[in-house]
Unconditional design. Structure first.
Length: 236
């Protein structure tokens, strides 16, 4: 900024002296992320009597606030957010020309709406709640190839989820029964439909971010066997 050295904010920073005080004796920080120095600059800006001086001071403070929080530059309306924070820290006392509408104190006094927690029981916890929502969508489809294929994919996912939580093998007829229970009897598969095999699903779970806890252990065990093999060969 041109003539920054002649600006009031530069004079304030240059003449600022750090007081050895306890934080408990200092005023409460409105937005602690900006630090006490920024809050002190804003307090100083509020005390300036000349409006042009206040405007120049406020713009300089906005630059400092932007440099202290570079991560906010990726946020939409970055400058708008900084100006809002400027007025909030000043407790809405600052009277300057802002390029954006001034925030109102009343909007920050309103209590947020109470969050409602989801109500309802999950029939099979190892399948989760999301699959129940997918089944609900599938039930709404008209009978035809699309609905049949989606039903088959759902059944395949049920089997995959079951194996992910239970390493024992499971027969397809159990999956078909669970699918019938989850869909209230509306989604059914012919017994001739073949789902993915147990081995295929285990391989998919291990490679696709499923249960991968065994990978490091097997690797460690293989290294142990290799070390033992090399030691045995050296002896002979």
């Amino acid at each position: 900024m041109k003539n920054f050295k002649n600006s009031p904010i530069f004079r304030y920073i240059y003449t600022f002296k750090i007081m050895m005080e306890y934080n408990t004796e200092r005023p409460k920080m409105i937005i602690p992320e900006y630090g006490r120095n920024v809050q002190s600059m804003i307090d100083y800006c509020c005390e300036l009597k000349d409006r042009e001086e206040r405007n120049l001071c406020a713009k300089a403070i906005i630059q400092v606030m932007g440099q202290l929080n570079p991560h906010l530059r990726d946020v939409a309306d970055f400058t708008h957010k900084l100006w809002d924070h400027l007025f909030i820290i000043s407790e809405f006392r600052l009277d300057v020309d802002s390029p954006y509408p001034r925030p109102k104190p009343e909007t920050f006094k309103e209590k947020p709406a109470r969050l409602t927690y989801p109500v309802g029981k999950i029939k099979f916890k190892h399948y989760g709640k999301t699959i129940e929502a997918i089944i609900k969508k599938a039930k709404a489809l008209k009978d035809g190839p699309e609905k049949d294929e989606l039903t088959r994919l759902i059944a395949n996912h049920l089997k995959k989820s079951y194996i992910n939580w239970n390493k024992d093998s499971i027969t397809d007829d159990v999956i078909f029964k669970n699918l019938t229970d989850l869909s209230d009897g509306e989604l059914k598969l012919d017994e001739s439909v073949a789902l993915s095999s147990h081995q295929e699903l285990v391989r998919t779970n291990n490679s696709g971010g499923g249960s991968s806890n065994n990978k490091p252990r097997h690797k460690f065990q293989n290294n142990k066997h290799k070390k033992h093999f090399h030691k045995h060969n050296k002896k002979h």
